[in-house]
Design a protein. Structure first.
Length: 513
């Protein structure tokens, strides 16, 4: 069992919104959020007041404690207003990818049991279509007067173990599932990350990482408010705009993922840019190679630290210490405070020695309660002693520094977005020409991984036709980028797709190329 170098921290019995917004009103006219494309500013005082009025608005609409509000929007300054307004009123927020199609959104809203849905005008048509399919009572845009109540919202008694957020994750396998995050688990993770080093009020951060994703929700939106720093929002990633905003606002910290690290390290658009204000870059959400880390450091110059986590961990379990003497190349760092890590044998589940490879297991107060309405998946992920199976394969050195080397789980990480193979396989099988299908991650320099499909045909169909069929029905990050027609899909005696056979075949082909 491995622990990190930091002492444990006390986890307060405080509702999430109270912890995050504790200092907001006192920070007054300091910019809390700046809309990157327009320069529009939301100050801390205005943020606190807007959250209060939004909570009153939800209360007036009849939102009761524990009811679910869907949030379907890109990164804009009003995102935390709606999120924390709903939470302050006792609601639970399920955050949805703004690139989702209406059927994808409807599936999540229906599974979460959402009563209301909040979106932006540009997504209103998709939102209404999804809401109608999912039985959502009402749809609002963020600027709807109905969300701005008068007076103080009623006091809602919150227990630390009450649900507060329902982000969706594919976990180690299968279709997306609602990860039940409580006030306690998110409060714990904020305190843990803060104690391990997370910046200060003087920092300025450009946030392209989406707030619907646990990385953006915890480390950018929530921790940023808690620390009192200034966050510049981007509705979607664009390298030129990102560089412009880094320069314009003299950003001090960069929260990135490996594909962006690659762009910063090698793209010609970075030449001549003044990024001297950057003091630290934090990279997470997917593994980063030693070569990429070296290339980033050589070009950008600021220190880079890595971290490890997942939705089911409320965000983070490991991070690299910021002190240069404590960083180790290729490692995502030791466990953060109050966190334990084990590496277990893939065959028998027994603990392995330091330096040996196995599955990464995590235990701590940040572990989710479980998957909504799915006790089987919960039991397969969290054991009776509270250890969460990450589905990642790694090793720990004698000091507890974790090195992630592979993924046991079948999830595809396209530019840090999760793609569930089972979802794309089910969609391919609805095409009349497809008899069988399997989807795996295929290595890609820019995206990290892209979905590749292997299909068995029952009738003639072009590869482009099949990829277009899927593209019309899913969000852009889920599109199949490669497709290969095969005679059969390898399966076990029980009929389970042997994706690892296909993955190994794909890796062998890439090596030969």
């Amino acid at each position: 069992m491995f622990r990190g170098p930091w002492p444990d921290v006390e986890i307060p019995e405080t509702p999430l919104h109270e912890l995050v917004l504790e200092r907001a009103a006192a920070l007054g006219e300091k910019p809390a959020f700046i809309e990157g494309p327009t320069g529009r500013v939301l100050t801390y005082a205005a943020l606190a007041e807007a959250v209060r009025r939004t909570a009153a608005g939800f209360a007036a609409l009849g939102l009761r404690k524990g009811e679910v509000v869907g949030l379907y929007a890109p990164n804009v300054p009003e995102y935390p207003v709606v999120f924390y307004g709903a939470v302050s009123a006792g609601g639970v927020v399920t955050t949805a990818n703004p690139l989702y199609t209406a059927p994808e959104l409807a599936r999540q809203l229906s599974d979460a049991g959402a009563r209301f849905l909040v979106t932006v005008p540009a997504l209103l048509d998709q939102a209404r279509e999804a809401a109608a399919e999912a039985g959502v009572e009402a749809v609002f845009t963020m600027d709807d007067p109905a969300l701005r109540g008068d007076g103080d919202p009623p006091t809602v008694e919150i227990d630390p173990d009450d649900l507060v957020a329902l982000p969706y994750s594919s976990g180690t396998t299968g279709l997306p599932k609602g990860a039940m995050l409580t006030h306690r688990s998110l409060v714990a993770n904020l305190c843990q990350v803060d104690a391990a080093g997370s910046g200060s009020e003087r920092d300025i951060v450009v946030a392209f990482l989406p707030f619907f994703h646990i990385y953006g929700l915890l480390l950018l939106m929530s921790l940023g408010i808690r620390l009192g720093l200034t966050t510049v929002t981007m509705p979607r990633f664009d390298l030129e705009q990102y560089l412009d905003l880094l320069e314009q606002h003299r950003s001090t910290r960069a929260y990135i993922v490996p594909p962006v690290a690659l762009a910063l390290a090698k793209h010609p658009a970075v030449e001549g840019r003044d990024l001297s204000s950057l003091e630290l870059a934090f990279c997470g959400a997917a593994p980063m190679s030693d070569e990429l880390e070296e290339a980033f450091l050589a070009r950008i110059g600021c220190p880079l630290v890595q971290g490890f986590g997942m939705t089911e961990l409320s965000g983070v379990s490991h991070r690299t210490p910021e002190e240069a003497s404590r960083r180790r190349k290729g490692s995502v760092g030791p466990p953060i405070p109050n966190t334990e890590c084990r590496i277990v044998d893939l065959e028998n589940g027994n603990d392995v020695a330091a330096g040996e490879i196995g599955e990464v297991l995590i235990r701590g107060p940040q572990v989710m309660r479980g998957y909504l309405g799915n006790p089987e998946a919960t039991a397969a992920t969290i054991d009776g002693d509270g250890w969460l199976r990450t589905g990642d394969i790694g090793r720990c050195d004698t000091d507890g520094y974790l090195y992630v080397v592979d993924r046991l789980k079948e999830l595809i990480k396209y530019k840090a977005f999760q793609v569930a193979p089972a979802e794309l396989e089910a969609l391919l099988l609805t095409h009349p020409a497809v008899a069988d299908a399997a989807v795996i991650p295929s290595p890609d320099d820019e995206a990290g991984e892209v979905p590749k499909a292997f299909v068995v045909l029952r009738a003639q169909a072009a590869e482009d036709e099949l990829m277009a069929f899927v593209a019309e029905r899913v969000a852009p990050h889920k599109r199949i980028r490669k497709l290969e027609v095969v005679e059969e899909i390898p399966k076990s005696a029980s009929g389970k797709i042997l994706r690892r056979v296909l993955v190994e075949r794909e890796r062998s082909s890439a090596t030969r190329a």
